[in-house]
Design a protein around this ligand. Structure first.
Ligand code: A2P
Length: 348
């Protein structure tokens, strides 16, 4: 591939933005230059990009002139404000926030599941929620084979999902507790050190959290099947990197555990790790820094006719965010889709 693309990362100083830069460099993404953008607070600071460092510039509406591709991970409000101007400059945006995910004009893409959805993009492409990405990568081959009717998922989500401030909160609370001090609570509503919080994002009128409802709505959009019923309980746990999920599915057709294991063994992006006799199952500490979605504890649900239980773990900052965004960009390149058809579509 020719190194002729100008690429911007908006939110380059954050947990996901830094990982985006690292994944772009690792995978030799064909960029002739890379711009690191963040708030005015960070302008002039430096972030690593492969063996080099980039000087961070302030994100403005004019940042995208001459830029071909922008990866955004700077929060929903920043994305709502700046992504339309990026698209208006002819720059294709892959946005990691929730701002555009359920917008009918924006494809919501996991390359292993629905890469064809990119064909109709209008300049802004949404990267799904971290918990949803790893779930649909594991569910897609099972859905194709047996038709998933219902999904019941409980998540165990790492603090890096909250960005740098989540990581800092767990680190400082552990240090404070080991020093006999009261932990300072800044980021989460309660202490996260040695605790579990069944509360991610805000509570909605239906008593679910927004994180839980993201899993419900995003799954049907990505799997392109509104018939899949999903219910979720999302829990923040004191883990730095790696989301784990206990997933129960009910299928139209019977699928044995052995058949499911065989399907998952050849599924793109999946690595089966399932040998309980040898105490082998996916764990967050092993998934951290890896690209795959790890699936284990595959077993039949004996309480219903056609059901399976799975344990699914992935690095939430990598496959759950930065890697998926870069894979979308690679797919855009492969399909020759790095152009904006209707530049003014999103500008109000
Ligand atoms: P900054 O470091 O200058 O605040 P995280 O999710 O790890 O908290 O990171 C959020 C990222 O989004 C950071 O790079 C942060 O930059 C960036 N960001 C937050 N608000 C804005 C804004 N209003 N304009 C540009 N970048 C922003």
């Amino acid at each position: 591939m020719k190194k002729s693309l100008v690429v911007a990362v908006a939110g380059a100083t954050g947990a996901v933005g830094r990982e985006m830069l690292s994944v772009l460099a690792e995978r030799n993404f064909p960029a002739s230059s890379v711009l690191a953008l963040a708030s005015s607070r960070s302008a002039g600071s430096r972030v690593p990009y492969g063996d080099d460092e980039l000087v961070v510039r302030e994100l403005t509406r004019e940042s995208f002139r001459g830029v071909n591709l922008a990866l955004f991970s700077a929060g929903g409000s920043t994305s709502l404000e700046y992504a339309p101007y990026a698209a208006a400059s002819g720059c294709v945006v892959v946005d990691n926030s929730s701002a555009w995910r359920m917008d009918d004009r924006c494809p919501l893409v996991v390359p292993e599941v629905n890469p064809h959805a990119l064909e109709n993009h209008n300049g802004i492409i949404a990267n799904p929620n971290c918990s949803t990405i790893q779930m649909v990568v594991a569910l897609k081959p099972l859905h194709d084979a047996a038709g998933i009717r219902r999904v019941v998922v409980s998540t165990y989500q790492a603090v890096s999902g909250t960005g740098q401030k989540g990581i800092a909160e767990l680190e400082s609370q552990v240090r404070q507790l080991f020093n006999g001090r009261d932990p300072e609570i800044k980021t989460y509503p309660h202490r996260i050190a040695f605790n579990c919080l069944p509360h991610i994002d805000v509570f909605l009128d239906n008593e679910y959290t927004r994180e839980e409802m993201k899993m419900v709505h995003e799954t049907t959009k990505i799997m392109e099947d509104p018939g899949i019923r999903v219910t979720a309980t999302c829990v923040r746990v004191p883990v730095f990197y790696g989301h784990s999920e206990a997933i129960n599915i009910e299928t139209a057709k019977k699928l044995s555990a052995r058949e499911a294991r065989a399907l998952l063994a050849t599924a793109p992006g999946v690595q089966v790790c399932d040998n309980p006799a040898q105490t082998m199952y996916p764990m967050a500490v092993d998934a951290a820094g890896e690209d795959a979605v790890f699936v284990g504890r595959i077993r039949e649900d004996e309480s219903i006719a056609n059901g399976l239980n799975l344990w699914v773990v992935a690095d939430n900052v990598r496959k759950g965010a930065a890697l998926n965004a870069v894979q979308i960009a690679e797919e855009l390149l492969k399909r020759d889709l790095l152009a904006v058809r209707a530049p003014d579509m999103f500008v109000k």
